[in-house]
Design a protein around this ligand. Structure first.
Ligand SMILES: [Zn+2]
Length: 537
């Protein structure tokens, strides 16, 4: 007797092996057996004829940290077939905290704007262990595996002060990281383009990587630059892994800026040489030509590094504003400003909070400033003041051909770099990045079926067993007996992303059933309200 039987599906087990017709019996949340002639009685049977049955997707680079507390169903993710999300990425996590620097951590998460709501922070937890306990008490519709964000760790130990840590502060960070990893964090992430992470020196990171190595966890690095400084930034990441010996994942690998387009050979040469020297290196990618980031990227770091209140004062002061403008224009002339990677016509406003600015969501800065008959920089400064530094943007700066070349590399893992949102309620806001809704089905539809960039088996491997291996998720990512029954069933003929840059709040199509621990969560497009997601330590 089993709990659930999936019959006649085209099984793709996640290992990269070819698909085969078979049946899967599930009992007590686990895969009991896979076989063509299962003689098992079962209450519930799913007929998966003409469908692909594969492991639930593992999103190794997610930002669902805050939105899971607003809508625990994680709908835009589960409806992509994702069953496990690794959160706490790009240096931003909700823990660990310290009472001494609580508002500084909140400030870090607000200004960097990928986090969203910060109300809960510090109310129910301080330590990472308490955070995990808090998450464990929620009923969740998806599995969550949290990491420590370096920006959070650094702000918690030394506030937002600029400069390098003192010996005591360094020791404080190492101890707090070690404790957090012991309490269940899956690793540490950095967002080295963002304050305060950007204030760090590589030696500081190497020291923390040694702690990660001791605990056999992962260092996920959003590297120090993805456009002008891309190659030195990759070298820095490699160095952190090489000198500490820890495993390192380069987050959302890309060639940003026209000046980098076509340099995939140079990129892979650098990465592969490191691997051949023994560096334990992997990387992930999301399948879109625009990145999503904060508008603060366009203003000098010193303006924001002391928090958003100070930033507002700087931008409101006429002479400081003038100085900022001069500095930006000089950087543009030297070719080293964010504008050189993506000029105003390539920067789209994704999300703002003030009602009077709502109409600019989805529009490009060049277009808005023309309409308002104002200088683009003045518009940017005023918007940052009004929004207290937190303005999300979509920046169009990548080349489609590079995306395909990176995707094809056998070591590239597929990820979303998005947070779970929904087509209703509080999370149905703003002109978000379409990857929040579509990253995984986009690979299966556009890149596998339509453009034949990857075989279906390879694409699924990049979404399942490869991230499982990196995250040491031994019980997931492969369909075989005794593994956790996290399973996605989809229609290869119809699977596709629907969300666009113009109209992002749309669920993907073709994902027929999503199963977590043997419970059906998505059933023919309907959410069953089963909340069996776990916090994975
Ligand atoms: Zn990032």
């Amino acid at each position: 007797m089993c709990d659930l039987l999936i019959k006649n599906g085209n099984v793709i087990d996640g290992s990269g092996s070819p698909s085969y017709l078979s049946n899967i019996a599930i009992k007590n949340g686990k895969i009991e057996r896979i076989g063509t002639s299962l003689d098992i009685n079962c209450d519930k049977v799913i007929d998966a004829s003409n469908q692909i049955v594969c492991p639930g997707f593992i999103d190794i680079h997610s930002h669902t940290d805050a939105t899971i507390m607003i809508n625990p169903r994680a709908e835009s993710k589960i409806r992509q077939g994702i069953t496990t999300e690794i959160v706490g990425n790009c240096g931003m996590s909700a823990a660990p905290l310290t009472t001494a620097f609580l508002s500084e951590v909140k400030d870090h998460l607000t200004v960097n704007s990928d986090y969203g709501k910060t109300d809960e922070i510090g109310k129910s937890w301080i330590t990472f262990g308490e955070y995990i306990k808090f998450l464990n008490e929620l009923s969740l519709g998806i599995n969550i595996m949290p990491m420590v964000g370096f920006g959070t760790l650094r702000s918690a130990v030394m506030g937002l002060k600029s400069g390098l840590p003192t010996k005591d502060e360094m020791r404080g960070m190492e101890d707090l990281l070690e404790k957090s990893l012991e309490e269940g964090a899956a690793g540490m992430s950095t967002g080295l383009e963002y304050v305060p992470d950007s204030l760090s020196h590589v030696d500081e990171l190497i020291q923390l990587c040694r702690v990660i190595k001791r605990q056999n966890k992962l260092y996920a690095s959003h590297i120090r630059g993805e456009s002008q400084n891309l190659f030195p930034a990759i070298e820095e990441a490699i160095r952190s892994g090489e000198e500490s010996g820890c495993r390192i994942e380069i987050s959302h690998l890309k060639l940003g800026g026209k000046f980098n387009w076509g340099k995939t050979d140079q990129l892979f040469d650098l990465l592969e040489r490191a691997i051949s020297r023994g560096v334990r290196l992997s990387w992930d990618q999301y399948p879109y030509i625009a990145w999503g980031t904060g508008l603060v990227d366009y203003i000098p770091r010193w303006v924001i590094q002391d928090g958003h209140q100070k930033m507002i004062e700087h931008l409101n002061d006429n002479s400081t504003r003038k100085k900022i403008r001069l500095e930006i224009n000089k950087a543009i002339k030297m070719g080293i400003h964010a504008y050189n990677t993506a000029p105003w016509e390539n920067v789209q406003i994704a999300m703002v909070k003030s009602p009077e600015y709502k109409s600019i969501e989805g529009k490009r800065i060049a277009e808005i400033s023309k309409e308002l008959n104002t200088d683009p920089l003045d518009f940017v400064f005023d918007l940052l003041i009004k929004e207290r530094g937190s303005v999300k943007t979509l920046v169009f700066c990548m080349d489609e051909e590079d995306i395909e070349t990176i995707m094809k590399h056998p070591r590239t893992i597929i990820a979303s770099d998005g947070r779970a949102v929904a087509t209703y309620g509080e999370l149905n806001k703003g002109s978000t990045h379409p990857r929040y809704y579509g990253a995984f089905p986009r690979v299966l539809g556009k890149y596998v079926r339509d453009k034949k960039v990857l075989s279906l088996e390879t694409a699924i491997k990049k979404m399942t067993s490869m991230p499982a291996k990196i995250m040491r998720l031994d019980n997931r990512g492969i369909l075989s007996s005794n593994k956790v029954a996290d399973i996605t069933i989809f229609d290869q003929k119809t699977v596709c992303d629907v969300a666009t840059f113009e109209n992002p709040h749309q669920y993907s199509k073709g994902i027929e059933k999503v199963i977590i621990s043997g419970e059906v969560i998505i059933d023919q497009g309907n959410h069953t309200n089963k909340m069996v997601g776990q916090i994975i330590k």
